[in-house]
Design a protein around this ligand. Structure first.
Ligand code: FE2
Ligand code: FE2
Length: 167
């Protein structure tokens, strides 16, 4: 890998993190009644997304959807088969209950994502149309479900009102 490509990937990682960080800070600023600061954080977050996508594109990391789905399946599978199990072990050893909860719900949801992406990959490979369903995401744990929000999230127990319909 050339140095430029390596740095594009590093910059993509950094800008991606800055985007999520600023969105979290914006939410906090809103809670504190600091609406203008919240908007500034959201503006910068949007700009970091532009930077992240530029770096990703120039690094050649955006393929056709069929290969992007393949990459998504690999990424999610790595997370629930290797990364999160290892992180969970560490959290349990250190008796860090909150870290254990955070890793555990993510781990459970990555399994669901891997399954959804696998099905989509098969459909795209076979030139089949994916069924026309709505997706709902749990604001507490990220659980991702098709069709309708469940009465209670099967992963974290949150009520249906905590599910956000994805446009
Ligand atoms: Fe995921
Ligand atoms: Fe949930």
């Amino acid at each position: 890998m050339s140095d430029s490509i390596e740095k594009l990937k590093a910059a993509f990682a950094g800008e991606s993190q800055a985007n999520r960080r600023y969105l979290a800070y914006a939410k906090k600023a809103d809670e504190e009644g600091l609406g203008q600061v919240a908007r500034l954080f959201r503006a910068a977050a949007a700009a970091e997304t532009v930077h992240a996508h530029n770096h990703m594109r120039v690094a050649g990391e955006i393929g056709m959807t069929v290969s992007n789905l393949d990459e998504a399946v690999s990424g999610e599978t790595y997370e629930y088969t290797k990364m999160y199990p290892e992180f969970l072990d560490i959290a349990r050893k250190e008796k860090n209950k909150q870290a254990e909860w955070s890793f555990n719900v993510a781990n459970e949801v990555e399994k669901i994502h891997a399954g959804l992406f696998k099905a989509a990959l098969e459909a795209v490979k076979n030139s089949q149309k994916l069924p026309d369903v709505d997706y709902y995401v749990c604001k507490v744990c990220g659980n991702t479900v098709e069709n309708a929000a469940p009465d209670a999230c099967p992963i974290c127990g949150a009520p249906a009102a905590q599910f956000k319909k994805i446009k």
